[in-house]
Write a protein that binds this ligand. Structure first.
Ligand SMILES: *Cc1c(COP(=O)(O)O)cnc(C)c1O
Length: 404
């Protein structure tokens, strides 16, 4: 997304045109950015050609998943619904991994029937349930065990998953116990050790720490894992001041690890693939003056984009038409929903805005639409894919009659 002659554009289309044609709020995705992200991701790790499974929960649009699949990615799913949509998008089952702490019987059964690559189990009870179902089907199933490496990802506490107080994975002791159990089972083949320590990680050190924990565990386990699934979590720059994750150092740490262990590496990136491809185009309904600040009331709300309300996340906001006039008061961008947490950010020295102006909320491709809801009985936004100067509707705007 860039300014051309002071007009903000996604590839060849101005945001003002999108608003005129499709109304607001509208989620727009750039195909060019998606392709660039996927190619960069692969390039960063090309010496060991990992299997890259796109984390579907970050964006569940079937058209976008189909594009990621065409660009070579598999899928990481966390529910039967996500597994169905990945298959619908044409993802090869042999490139699908299934994560999550609470898989139900029908979900495990469906995953086995579809012959996906791996079910990554997260507890002793789950492993026994997978074994029970596999036995009924008279099949031997490849599974992974998700280890909780007790590593601090140094990210927002709400999206950290790799510490012992988090519900994810099993601790070392349980891991060894389950390893022994699987070795004896006729219906389970333990082929993967998986981890995922959190999201929006911008420092390579937690990853290095996680690799050293896995290294020690494998040495002690004396078991060859066909796959090591390192999860996702690679962060992106939401604000200009954000650091960038050092992929060179992460890659080096993995290469060092692979000198000792001959496993195929799996990644499960979501945000780093889709996050910066998406923009939420929204219109200013009213500007309400209130002492030292003005409330900019926009037609997008926390139901459309929940990250700020849910985790206090910050997204850059940009005007669709640049001018040279600055506002003297600070602006608080808020939605119309009846909750005080329905606000996006407070900005000083923003360009002077007017009612009916179109603005962009940036980097909403991941955990934007996928976390949206119908709170306040608001219809979910339309989604548009932009390729050069072409636009394509990839999900229709919900209508009120859909729920009345
Ligand atoms: C959410 C999740 C991911 C993706 O995380 P990102 O931060 O979007 O890369 C990968 N693996 C698992 C198990 C997850 O729960």
């Amino acid at each position: 997304m860039k300014y051309f002659n002071k007009k903000l554009k996604i590839e060849g289309i101005s945001l003002q045109n999108i608003a005129n044609k499709y109304d607001t709020p509208t989620y727009c995705y750039s195909y060019k950015q998606l392709k660039k992200n996927i190619n960069n991701f692969k390039k960063n790790f090309k010496s060991f050609s990992p299997l890259v499974c796109f984390a579907i929960k970050s964006n569940t649009n079937v058209n976008l998943i189909r594009e990621t699949k065409k660009l070579g990615l598999g899928a990481d799913v966390v529910s039967i619904g996500e597994l169905m949509i990945a298959l619908k998008a044409g993802v090869n089952p042999k490139k699908i991994v299934f994560s999550g702490v609470g898989k139900k019987t029908n979900e495990i059964s469906y995953a086995i029937d579809k012959k996906i690559l791996l079910i990554n189990a997260e507890s002793e009870s789950e492993i026994k349930e997978i074994e029970r179902i596999a036995k009924l089907k008279r099949k031997k199933i490849k599974i992974g065990i998700r280890l909780n490496p007790n590593t601090d990802a140094r990210t927002l506490t709400q999206i950290s998953t790799g510490k012992k107080e988090n519900k994810f994975g099993v601790d070392k002791k349980t891991f060894f116990k389950l390893l022994k159990y699987c070795k004896k089972s006729k219906y389970l083949e333990l082929s993967c050790l998986s981890v995922h320590i959190g999201s929006q990680i911008l420092n390579h050190k937690p990853y290095e720490k996680m690799l050293s924990v896995i290294d020690k565990i494998i040495n002690f386990a004396d078991h060859e894992f066909e796959f090591i699934d390192l999860g996702g979590g690679m962060g992106i720059s939401y604000l200009n001041k954000d650091k960038k994750l050092n992929y060179i150092k992460y890659n080096l740490a993995i290469k060092k690890f692979l000198k000792k262990h001959k496993s195929k590496i799996i990644f499960e990136p979501g945000r780093s693939i889709i996050g910066d491809t998406g923009t939420l185009v929204t219109k200013i309904i009213y500007i309400k003056k209130s002492g030292k600040k003005d409330f900019i009331i926009i037609d997008a709300a926390m139901n459309d984009l929940m990250r700020p309300a849910l985790y206090g996340a910050k997204h850059r906001i940009l005007p669709s038409q640049k001018t040279n006039k600055k506002s003297k008061t600070s602006y608080e961008f808020v939605g119309p929903i009846c909750e005080s947490t329905d606000k996006f950010s407070t900005v000083n020295n923003f360009q002077l805005l007017n009612e009916n102006d179109i603005i962009a909320i940036c980097d909403v491709g991941a955990y934007g639409m996928s976390l949206s809801s119908n709170y306040n009985l608001r219809p979910k936004p339309i989604e548009i894919l932009i390729k050069g100067s072409k636009t394509k509707v990839i999900r229709k705007r919900q209508k009120h009659k859909d729920f009345i």
